[in-house]
Design a protein around this ligand. Structure first.
Ligand code: HEC
Length: 144
């Protein structure tokens, strides 16, 4: 028992120390709404439900987003996600950039996106096969 208590004490200590390394989230304000991606409502609904938390400036942060070590991973995913693809500023991309990103979306919705760890916490974000196909078709890309 004593051993377990000691271990628990150290774990709690480690957890508390982790909280000192808090992160701040970049929360971009006043993005020009004209820059947001334009797509049919059924496509927009999927993007908003499954992608916007990491790929837009409209991130909804859950209560645990400030608790380390979750906060470390979460802030990195949001930063990286926005760098790769930000639906809120889509219209500021050049046509080449858009074209590349459409190809990436075509590939990513097959399996990689939304991130598994995200779906675990947001089961409603998972895409059905129908939705994956619908988005692929909308990109106008093909596997070749
Ligand atoms: C939990 C955060 C998160 C969610 C939700 C998410 N992504 Fe991502 N996405 C990322 C991160 C982080 C990257 C950067 C590359 C990586 O780490 O794999 C990325 C990269 C991408 C890329 C470019 C790189 C690649 O792998 O081809 C595309 C395209 C993409 N995501 C599309 C989507 C789409 C479409 C959705 C919704 C169906 C989505 N993502 C949902 C976090 C997320």
């Amino acid at each position: 028992m004593k051993v377990i208590k000691t271990i628990l004490k150290y774990l709690l200590g480690a957890f508390l120390v982790m909280q000192l390394f808090f992160v701040t989230y970049d929360e971009p304000k006043n993005t020009d709404p004209a820059l947001e991606i334009k797509a049919p409502p059924e496509i927009m609904a999927v993007f908003k439900r499954s992608c916007y938390d990491c790929h837009s400036n409209n991130t909804v942060l859950p209560w645990y987003s400030h608790i380390a070590p979750i906060s470390w991973t979460m802030s990195r995913h949001i930063d990286l996600g926005r760098k790769w693809l930000n639906f809120s500023v889509w219209e500021s991309y050049t046509s080449e950039q858009k074209d590349t990103k459409l190809t990436e979306i075509y590939k990513a919705v097959y399996h990689a996106m939304p991130l598994r760890s995200y779906v675990y916490a947001h089961p409603e974000a998972d895409l059905t096969q129908n939705e994956r196909d619908m988005i692929r078709e909308w990109t106008g890309k093909s596997p070749f």
